[in-house]
Design a binder for this molecule. Structure first.
Ligand SMILES: [Zn+2]
Length: 251
């Protein structure tokens, strides 16, 4: 199976030491990922200092947006990861991996307004994107409608072995269970990484995965042919998300 890499929770206050270590690994294997950038982060969980690190390890870039632009120019793909990354609703929406959300559960006008504000912030720094990464994977019908209206046509979420169209949006699936997906011969998926919480053991695992598997640049994933998905496919995906939610809770 071909694997693309996505990194969540990219914000000015993230753990830059851990980000830097993971980026060095990506650079070593010449992997260009998708990164989900929060336009106006207000989530205290994403404002971190690195335990045991020094500011010399990987200093915070003075110009956050300039740094993101540089990554984009270097072939990294940028998605907008919500607006402020604050969970105000206890909703899982149409892909209920989690039962909280920034977007799902809000009315259409509010969601549209948040998307436009986020988009304006990114564009004011010269960063354009039509890819949305819903915080907590939570979105609903209003999110999809508002996304289309705000000029987004791609979502990094869902389950499946190839990109698919549904509701006039193109979905780029993420891995259901990475270990079993890695054993499959056909298809493609996304490995999701939260660098803020990556441990030394995780880093070893990622190194092994990069060494032994077919990792594609995210830009290549975006060029793959998307198939149509009907209601049955979406129903199966919804159930899979419920199962995954339960498994994560139990483990
Ligand atoms: Zn997030």
């Amino acid at each position: 199976m071909k694997i693309a890499v996505r990194m969540d929770d990219i914000a000015p206050g993230m753990d830059w030491v851990k980000f830097g270590r993971f980026k060095a690994l990506l650079d070593e294997y010449k992997i260009k990922p998708l990164i989900g950038v929060v336009p106006d982060n207000q989530d205290e969980n994403l404002k971190r200092t690195h335990e045991g690190g020094t500011s010399c390890d990987n200093p915070v870039p003075e110009d956050f947006w300039g740094y993101i632009k540089k990554l984009q120019d270097d072939g990294w793909v940028i998605a907008m990861h919500g607006y402020q990354h604050v969970y105000t609703r206890k909703k899982g929406g149409l892909f209920p991996l989690n039962h909280f959300s920034e977007f799902a559960g809000l009315d259409y006008d509010r969601q549209f307004d948040m998307l436009v504000r986020g988009r304006e912030i990114m564009e004011s720094h010269g960063i354009g994107t039509d890819i949305f990464m819903p915080p907590a994977h939570s979105y609903d019908k209003n999110t999809l409608k508002a996304l289309r209206k705000a000029g987004f046509c791609k979502i990094t979420d869902g389950f499946g072995k190839e990109p698919y169209f549904w509701n006039e949006m193109c979905f780029y699936p993420i891995s259901f269970r990475l270990d079993s997906d890695l054993k499959k011969k056909k298809g493609m998926t996304t490995m999701v990484v939260h660098t803020n919480t990556v441990s030394g053991k995780d880093m070893e695992k990622y190194r092994r995965i990069f060494k032994e598997n077919d990792i594609m640049p995210y830009g290549e994933y975006l060029k793959m042919k998307a198939v149509k998905r009907g209601l049955c496919g979406r129903g199966a995906e919804y159930l899979s998300a419920c199962v995954k939610h339960l498994l994560v809770k139990l483990l």
